[in-house]
Design a protein around this ligand. Structure first.
Ligand code: TRP
Length: 452
């Protein structure tokens, strides 16, 4: 008997544990900042609420109908050729967890340096200098990457599910409360209103094909859509719960976290005189400054990074579990062996990612260091391509199964089924295809012609 979620709310919270992580709190603010703010936010929200909603529901339907993990699910439903799509999902999870763990390590390091007061007085450019010194250091970030990777592997190996579930039950709500407190501090800083305006004011003049591809990629990343997690989690859903209402909850919680993080980080960026283009460091540069500027900031800061660490851990566990269960199912490995192989693989690739921001900065792939390359490759290309296949598979190969799953226990969905099928079978492949081709063209020109 396959294990099942105890309740609908259990399923929603576990899925939200996977979706809410570094994507919402770390990636969303800096991507939004580099893409110009309000217009990007709107496009991102629109994509999540349309494509994201349909694709997440479909992934869960595939998992629930086959009661198995992605590789096996595609084989059960589609026969010989389709498991390749499942394999792509597993590869994506492997590439993502490699750099995800490095960032997870940053949260651990910042937790320690905040609680010991080491970085506690740095504001603005000083905080930026701290950050750059830290990530370009060839050793320190790697120790913390190891710590995060061990925490992920250890959780999966020893199944400290009770522990982590308990921990997230307390720390996730704390993260929410902290976000609200920090937003208040952030928007009341002098000069914050400009950042706030940039985040909320919509200006479509700056929108290019690159904006769409970033929004598309970010929506897949932040919603954990890669044909792995949601299929697997869907496979634990019993016959009672309706899929679509749960998905609406999961997406709403994730989007709320994204918007709160944006409100927390972006006003502070302008108030502190930092540049919008700071990229992956943005959260780690602005937030320590905000803590330095508030009473009891050291404690707020330590709590913030602890909560972020746990949020990242619940996401990385979901990434690792996909790979581990694939190795167990397909190669009949013992769980321990599978965990060890996965750990060794992603830890090693992660080390290379971490070094690529420092001493290996000189080695470029299409003009990007390894970290940026893997991030862009998975988020902006592999995930959208995978979802095109998933959509076609659902609409044209196994539609009767999918449609039955989608309408089960939620009769209201039945009316929309023809529309959902057209969306999956025609609109999504064309839309993602066009965005991909345009974006590819654009990045190609930037990287090669201008040599950036
Ligand atoms: N969604 C998570 C975050 O925002 C990251 C994540 C977990 C993920 N599982 C995934 C991303 C699967 C892509 C695919 O932090």
């Amino acid at each position: 008997m396959r294990s099942q979620w105890g309740s609908k709310i259990g399923f929603i919270l576990a899925s939200a544990g996977s979706t809410i992580g570094l994507g919402a709190v770390w990636k969303f603010p800096y991507v939004t900042a580099t893409q110009g703010g309000g217009a990007f936010l709107l496009i991102y929200l629109a994509i999540c609420l349309t494509l994201g909603l349909v694709l997440m529901s479909t992934e869960i339907a595939i998992g629930r109908s086959t009661q198995s993990s992605p590789y096996g699910a595609f084989r059960k439903l589609g026969g010989k050729a389709w498991p390749i799509v499942g394999a792509l999902g597993i590869l994506i999870c492997f590439l993502i967890i490699s750099f995800y763990s490095v960032i997870g390590g940053w949260t651990a390091s910042y937790f320690f340096s905040t609680i010991t007061g080491a970085t506690h007085t740095a504001i603005g450019s000083e905080s930026e200098a701290n950050f750059t010194a830290f990530i370009t250091n060839p050793e320190q970030p790697i120790y913390f990457h190891l710590l995060f990777a061990l925490a992920t592997a250890g959780t999966i190996l020893f199944g400290v599910q009770k522990g982590i579930e308990k921990l997230s039950k307390y720390l996730m709500p704390i993260l929410f409360i902290l976000l609200v407190v920090l937003i208040i501090r952030s928007i009341t800083l002098e000069g914050a209103s400009q950042g706030l305006m940039e985040f909320l004011a919509v200006d479509f003049r700056e929108v290019t094909s690159k904006t769409f591809i970033e929004a598309l990629g970010l929506s897949f990343f932040s919603l954990s859509l890669a044909m792995g997690i949601m299929v697997t989690y869907g496979s634990y859903v019993d016959g009672q719960a309706g899929i679509v209402p749960s998905v609406i909850w999961i997406i709403a919680l994730t989007l709320m976290t994204c918007v709160l993080s944006g409100l927390m980080v972006l006003p502070a960026v302008s108030a502190l005189g930092l540049s919008n283009s700071a990229g992956p460091g943005l959260t780690f540069i602005t937030m320590p400054s905000v803590f330095a500027l508030m009473p009891y900031g050291q404690w707020f800061g330590a709590l913030f990074f602890a909560a972020l660490f746990v949020a990242a851990l619940t996401s990385s566990i979901s990434l690792m579990e996909v790979i581990v269960s694939f190795l167990i199912d397909e190669f009949k490995l013992a769980r321990k062996t599978a965990v060890f192989i996965t750990f060794a693989g992603f830890f090693t690739l992660g080390v290379a990612c971490s070094l690529s921001m420092g001493i290996w900065e000189g080695y470029k792939i299409v003009g990007l260091n390894l970290f940026d390359f893997l991030d862009k490759l998975t988020q902006n290309y592999l995930m959208p391509i995978g979802e095109i296949f998933l959509a076609i598979f659902a609409a044209w190969i196994v539609w009767p199964t999918i449609s039955n799953q989608l309408k089960a226990n939620t009769p209201a969905v039945a009316k929309f089924l023809p529309a959902i099928r057209i969306f999956l079978g025609i609109i999504i492949p064309i839309l993602i295809g066009v965005i991909l081709l345009n974006g590819f063209d654009f990045e190609f020109k930037i990287n090669y012609i201008y040599g950036i």
